[in-house]
Design a protein around this ligand. Structure first.
Ligand SMILES: *Cc1c(COP(=O)(O)O)cnc(C)c1O
Length: 465
């Protein structure tokens, strides 16, 4: 057993908070028994890329607190916009009523989004945005006389959220398998994931080749298919696997050819993570549905949006008696505080050269982990924009993975906490997806600690089950 001791120095106050937490909270995506040996860390404040616990220990947030934060914790501009909005209007029912923040946000998103995406339907989390896209696509075909179209196509290793519909169109076994009896069946095409390319093949060639099985699937089933759903360029929850934009361009053409919608889930990759504001831009395509959340509010508040085209919208627009309306709602649809945070976030994109600066930071991240290129237990270092992933493997040549039971990533996580960097590996993949306000010095620290953690995790035996 390779047990690294819990972070030292828990004062009474901090320990007391942890005790109270464990008495009543049930944490997301957590085997709660792990907290018998894994420290739970109470955070008191945040600033920039830093989180500070009740002892004053600081952690560099290398994962943007689950990929939501863009411009740093407590970013004053966004915090100020929310405070101002809270004194004005916090929330109003969005059926029959509206407010300026939602109107402005919808106008701006329609303007920024690729192609003819001009209609915004708000919800309050990513999974719900996916549910909206799935229901709208199905309902569009029903309203236009094609009720037999009721199936969805996804990619292997994809992730679209945890509610039952979103889970059904995902393909990460760890999250999905248990609930399989509750889920609708989907058609799954192989992911263009370039980690799986043949030796010698380049990303573009491999990604294009994966259009073959997708074509075969649509050829056979297009009459009963509503939509294909994908995560453009990076399958984030699926261990940060990446592919070439040529796949998206080819997929757009296939969807047009076979008369099915394309749903782009940019909940994780939107707002600059891949180097462009939206990942779809790199393929020069527009989907029929675009799902956004996470960075939409700069990481301050839960808000999501599903954008679609005027054509889809018009298929629902009719006399009430014809019962074609989209009768879907969430209590907090278009929440005024969320919209204020999102508008402030877009203001920052308007006023500052964010994407340009990110290109330098991205290059810096790459060079900072250059020593890993010939590490015996690193099979690949891959990067798309501000997302950089390091795939640990038992053997770098054969790419034989470490058994998941060894929890190598957890050892990296523990090491990171000791050294004041929040890394949260996915299985055997250590990755960086930091807030855009990270400095070159902070990148060096983040990379240094990750490399130490990888050395440590791969030189010891695994923790075992
Ligand atoms: C996080 C995520 C979701 C789900 O969003 P939640 O707000 O967690 O429900 C859906 N799709 C992708 C690609 C995501 O990364």
């Amino acid at each position: 057993m390779n047990m690294i001791p819990p972070v030292p120095g828990g004062t009474q106050r901090q320990q007391e908070l942890v005790r109270r937490d464990l008495a009543h909270l049930w944490h997301p995506c957590t085997q709660m028994k792990d907290h018998e040996s894994l420290p739970l860390i109470p955070i008191r404040r945040g600033e920039g890329v830093w989180l500070e616990d009740c002892e004053g220990r600081r952690y560099l947030d290398a994962i943007s607190s689950w990929w939501v934060n863009l411009f740093g914790h407590t970013c004053p501009r966004i915090a100020g916009a929310i405070a101002e909005q809270a004194g004005e209007l916090e929330q109003v029912i969005l059926a029959g009523f509206t407010h300026e923040g939602a109107v402005r946000l919808a106008e701006r998103l329609a303007d920024l989004a690729p192609g003819p995406l001009s209609r915004c339907f708000f919800a309050d989390n990513g999974s719900s945005a996916v549910e909206v896209a799935l229901k709208m696509s199905f309902h569009y075909w029903r309203n236009t006389g094609r009720p037999e179209k009721r199936r969805f196509v996804n990619l292997s290793n994809s992730y679209h959220g945890e509610t039952l519909g979103a889970l059904a169109v995902g393909d990460v076994a760890l999250y999905k398998e248990t609930y399989a009896p509750l889920l609708m069946e989907v058609f799954t095409a192989p992911s263009p994931d370039c980690y799986l390319r043949e030796p010698g093949a380049d990303w573009e060639e491999h990604s294009r080749r994966m259009l073959g099985p997708m074509r075969g699937l649509l050829e056979r089933h297009h009459r009963e298919v509503c939509a294909v759903i994908v995560e453009p360029l990076v399958q984030c929850a699926g261990n940060m696997r990446m592919y070439h934009p040529a796949y998206l361009a080819g997929l757009r053409a296939l969807c047009d050819e076979y008369g099915v919608h394309l749903i782009a889930d940019e909940i994780a990759v939107g707002f600059g993570r891949t180097g462009t504001l939206f990942a779809c831009e790199q393929a020069g395509i527009a989907p029929d549905f675009l799902c956004l959340s996470k960075g939409l509010t700069g990481g301050f508040l839960p808000l999501s949006v599903t954008l679609t085209t005027e054509e889809v919208y018009q298929a629902f627009y009719d006399d009430y008696e014809n019962l074609t309306a989209f009768l879907h709602s969430h209590s907090y649809t278009g929440n005024a505080l969320g919209c204020a945070a999102a508008n402030a976030t877009l203001d920052i994109f308007d006023d500052e050269p964010v994407l340009e600066r990110n290109r330098e930071l991205a290059a810096r991240m790459r060079s900072a982990v250059a020593p890993l290129e010939d590490h015996p237990h690193v099979a690949e270092v891959r990067q798309t924009g501000m997302i950089l992933a390091i795939e640990m493997a038992r053997d770098r040549e054969t790419r034989e993975p470490y058994p998941w039971q060894e929890r190598r990533g957890l050892a990296v996580y523990r090491h990171g906490l000791e050294r004041g960097v929040l890394l949260r590996p996915l299985g055997n993949v250590v990755y960086f997806m930091p807030p855009y306000v990270i400095t070159p010095e902070e990148i060096e620290l983040m990379a240094q600690v990750a490399m130490e953690g990888i050395d440590r995790a791969t030189s010891a035996p695994g923790e075992g089950p």
